[in-house]
Design a protein around this ligand. Structure first.
Ligand code: AHR
Length: 497
């Protein structure tokens, strides 16, 4: 198996917006309670935040985290989550049929986000609420002082405004499962008017309109076109959500799903540009892939055991194959860095997440933690077009799937070039020859590889280091070219300077 790649520092796709490596924490399952927050845990700080989680998340250098949902936000009254904790109500959450204690709310999350070095991507409730609650929330969070809501924030102990910059206008409003689901026209009008009022409170904010919940929705494409038609001048981004799973047990087909991801991004960009053309607008709508991941436990909700507090939900145990898929999605996102400015791996901890904790117990890292870590840490700079050649295969749902999935990022600041590559071949290693012509003499910093003979290998509490990357992959520099061998079914990070 032989593959090649040609990169040139002048052939740039786009600088990477660091928010491409964002994530998501929803009031769902044990993401908040038991994940980031567990007073009484041996590692908890004075505010109840688990220090072990803070450390694992800080290491990921996540620039932005979406909050508080997700489906949860469509029934959330943000006022229930601020003020003295002793006065907060326990309420039924109809999104997940649990009891929400409201111990963590906007201010606590803002505090926590600072600890992990992230911005907050706030979502407003456009399911059960609308213009009024949203503009009040912006006033509470971002207005300095001298008004009812900003002074209320100050009275809650937050003198300085949070200055949240990025705001999602609702969540998955096209989904029948959503509290207060809407037609595209209903949503588009509401999002436009809500966004307008929010911006009148704080003109510096950026707004994200809901796209479809997935490309599989019957209303997909029409939804995007109608919503944008009604919101175009008001919003900056359109959201996309995409989840994949390997439940059919066909890993070759599963690893090809990034082709679907790629197609989805292209399609939504085209719809944005169609509306742009129709409106003769100069403005280009950017994309926010604010939920993406492998989700094998999709559809397994504990509907019959209602009203528990933070029950375990969607606690996927990710395999080596899942980590390769995540690697392919990350490469796909980088390839679209000119259009996708934000993306959130969904989610960050315990719920479909790269990090798992036990209540009262330890934390461990899932297989998918590693490709995300590498992309976030080394994938900063300018994405370069990759001219690649690779043998291809056909799978159940895809044709012409290249065994090689690869991209490179040039970090002009530190002079490093990083190549990210997945060998999708499940049985054979691949020779990989990279022509770096414009870079002159380069040297190898390291070749990190995530490989495993068992595609289904996972990390568990008992065996947390079963799927971990190692340095020392097979790469050499030969006459300004990289000559590498990519192990079968592997994720590779080749770092050069
Ligand atoms: O991330 C889990 C759920 O998936 C979110 O709440 C929802 O937006 C999506 O359907």
């Amino acid at each position: 198996l032989k593959s090649t790649m040609l990169i040139d520092k002048d052939f740039a796709i786009s600088p990477v917006d660091p928010r491409l490596y964002g994530s998501f924490i929803e009031h769902l399952g044990r993401a908040v309670y038991g994940g980031i927050y567990e007073p009484g845990h041996p590692t908890a700080d004075e505010n109840g935040f688990r220090r072990d989680a803070i450390e694992a998340i800080r290491a990921l250098q996540v620039p932005i985290i979406r909050y508080p949902g997700g489906n949860f936000v469509s029934g959330y009254n943000w006022e229930d989550g601020v003020g003295p904790k002793s006065e907060r109500k326990r309420l039924l959450d109809l999104a997940w049929w649990t009891t929400e204690t409201n111990e963590v709310g906007t201010n606590e999350f803002a505090d926590w986000a600072k600890l992990v070095g992230s911005e907050v991507m706030m979502a407003v409730n456009l399911g059960t609420r609308g213009v009024d609650a949203a503009r009040n929330l912006v006033e509470y969070c971002n207005h300095p002082s001298g008004s009812y809501w900003s002074d209320l924030r100050i009275s809650h102990g937050y003198k300085e405004p949070h200055r949240f910059k990025t705001w999602c206008l609702g969540n998955e409003m096209d989904g029948p499962w959503q509290i207060g689901a809407k037609t595209a026209v209903e949503y588009g009008r509401l999002a436009n008017e809500t966004g307008k009022a929010m911006r009148w409170v704080d003109p510096t904010i950026e707004l994200v309109a809901c796209g479809s919940s997935s490309s599989g929705m019957d209303t997909f494409a029409d939804w995007e076109a109608t919503v944008l038609d009604l919101t175009y001048d008001q919003v900056d981004y359109l959201s996309l959500h995409a989840y994949y799973n390997n439940n059919a047990g066909d890993t070759a087909n599963f690893l090809a799903s990034s082709l679907n991801f790629d197609q989805f991004i292209d399609s939504v960009a085209s719809i944005c540009d169609y509306v742009k053309a129709k409106k003769r607008s100069k403005k280009k709508i950017m994309l926010s892939l604010d939920e993406w991941n492998v989700w094998n436990t999709i559809g397994s909700s504990r509907a019959d055991e209602r009203w528990q507090v933070a029950p375990p939900e969607f606690e996927d145990v990710y395999t080596h194959a899942d980590a390769l898929a995540v690697g392919c999605y990350l490469i796909t996102l980088m390839k679209h860095a000119d259009r996708v400015k934000m993306a959130c791996i969904a989610q960050l901890i315990n719920v479909i997440a790269p990090i798992t904790t036990e209540n009262g117990g330890p934390l461990w890292l899932q297989s998918t933690y590693y490709p995300f870590l590498h992309a976030s840490v080394y994938g900063r700079g300018t994405v370069l077009h990759a001219i690649t050649s690779s043998p291809k295969y056909d799978s159940k749902d895809y044709t012409d799937v290249p065994y090689l999935e690869a991209i490179s990022v040039h970090n002009e600041e530190n002079g490093e070039v990083t190549i990210f590559a997945v060998n999708r071949h499940l049985g054979e290693s691949m020779e990989f020859d990279v022509d770096l012509r414009s870079f002159g003499a380069v040297s190898l910093i390291e070749h990190i590889v995530l490989e495993n003979d068992d595609l289904m290998a996972v990390n568990t509490k008992a065996n947390p280091n079963n799927v971990v990357p190692r340095s020392g992959g097979r790469s050499a520099i030969d006459n300004g070219r990289v000559k590498a061998v990519l192990a079968k079914a592997s994720w590779n990070v080749i770092r050069l300077q």
